[in-house]
Write a protein that binds this ligand. Structure first.
Ligand SMILES: *Cc1c(COP(=O)(O)O)cnc(C)c1O
Length: 398
């Protein structure tokens, strides 16, 4: 049966998606498009991928019944613990898969872009594992702000190239990575970190992250005797942990999908990363999607306390799910996310990543029935955010 919400043969999710790349990359992207499905569905790929997910990443990640949070919100809350993966988040599911794909396509050099450094670290990690040279582009401002991740990438053997153009953040790093790719299309594989970029990347990343919902299915069957929840919840930056969480339920209308994007200081304040609320149709990094832009179409700088959600675009899959009303998307502000992070920490002993805290904060915005089974993905752990959390300790630690 054709999926109503998944990607079509031309790389579109409804009116969103596609592959808008410079002429010089056309053949490279076309080649990836022709090869990726055959490779990632091959037995050789699946065996290596699944072995690494088990033995290196530490999968399956637990599905944990959060008893105290369930009592508080009046429903049955299960947390999908991506925070327990090697390197501390879901991003490694994707980078492991893409580096195996790169090897099987005969590529011998890896490039990536990174904002906060989480995707850079996940990429540098798999490059060390596979003994591949790795160049990570990062905005010069982010290199300064995220110095511990820069040190981690360097220790792992990656070359971090600071980007001094534009605002010196993620958007500029991405432009520079694309420029590099244009110069080395033959030997270089570009590992993209979320369900963004030109087709087939959004679909490739969604498939590699779909292990999350594949596990949720059998874990729920084991725990509650049925393989679907009533509600799935996740945060969205570009959309990869959300895509993985919903992948196997996307056409199952029994399952409601609730997503949390980063409101920053408020979706209407101009200091926000709430792309679905504040964005308009545009083209960003090779895809037609919702983009935050000025009235004359310049890309706006995204603002959120959470570096991983700080992106002025959104994956085409989620732009479509929101437009079609398949997903409900809440904008969660910085202060709500901080409060939710303290709540999860004190009630369940789990310090979430700031990104994941946005999904936790969305619990307050939903009316639940006591029987509702809710699966909420904790996309990453909060070790990297402890400094930020402590800056607000007086306000939220009661
Ligand atoms: C990068 C990141 C995100 C946001 O990326 P998505 O592609 O939207 O999942 C969310 N949580 C954590 C912990 C991250 O590192």
């Amino acid at each position: 049966m054709a999926s109503k919400y998944n990607v079509d043969d031309n790389g579109f999710y409804g009116e969103f998606g596609g592959a808008y790349v410079p002429e010089i990359l056309y053949a490279t992207v076309e080649n990836l498009k022709k090869q990726y499905l055959a490779i990632i569905e091959s037995e050789e790929f699946k065996t290596q991928y699944n072995d690494l997910l088990r033995d290196y990443v530490g999968r399956p990640s637990p599905l944990y019944f959060a008893k105290r949070m369930s009592e508080k919100y009046g429903c049955q809350i299960y947390l999908k613990r991506e925070d327990l993966n090697h390197t501390g988040a879901h991003k490694i599911n994707n980078t492991i898969g893409q580096i195996l794909l790169a090897k099987m396509m005969g590529k011998n050099r890896i490039i990536a872009e990174t904002g906060a450094g989480q995707h850079g670290v996940a990429t540098a990690t798999v490059c060390a594992l596979m003994d591949m040279p790795c160049v990570v582009y990062q905005g010069a401002l982010d290199v300064e702000r995220q110095h511990t991740n820069v040190e981690r990438m360097r220790m792992l053997g990656a070359e971090v190239r600071p980007v001094h153009s534009g605002n010196k953040t993620l958007k500029d790093a991405t432009n520079e990575a694309i420029r590099d790719w244009c110069c080395h299309p033959q030997d270089t594989f570009y590992i993209i970190g979320s369900t963004v970029g030109p087709h087939p990347y959004p679909d490739l990343v969604a498939r590699l992250q779909s292990v999350i919902s594949e596990e949720i299915k059998w874990q729920l069957q084991d725990k509650i005797g049925r393989n679907y929840p009533d509600i799935l919840m996740a945060c969205v930056g570009g959309g990869s942990n959300a895509a993985g969480t919903i992948y196997h339920y996307i056409d199952d209308e029994r399952v409601r999908i609730i997503l949390a994007e980063a409101g920053g200081q408020g979706a209407d304040t101009g200091h926000t990363a709430a792309t679905i609320h504040a964005g308009r149709l545009g083209i960003l990094h090779g895809a037609r999607t919702l983009v935050m832009q000025t009235p004359d179409g310049q890309i706006m700088e995204a603002e959120s306390i959470s570096a991983g959600l700080d992106y002025p675009g959104i994956g085409p899959m989620h732009a479509n799910l929101a437009t079609q009303h398949r997903a409900t998307v809440y904008s969660v502000n910085d202060d709500e996310a901080l409060q939710a992070a303290y709540e999860l920490t004190r009630m369940e002993g789990i310090i979430p990543a700031l990104e994941s805290a946005h999904a936790v904060a969305a619990l307050q915005k939903v009316q639940f029935n006591p029987d509702d089974v809710v699966v909420l993905t904790v996309s990453g752990r909060g070790d990297k955010d402890v400094e930020t959390y402590l800056q607000y300790a007086d306000k939220y630690m009661k």
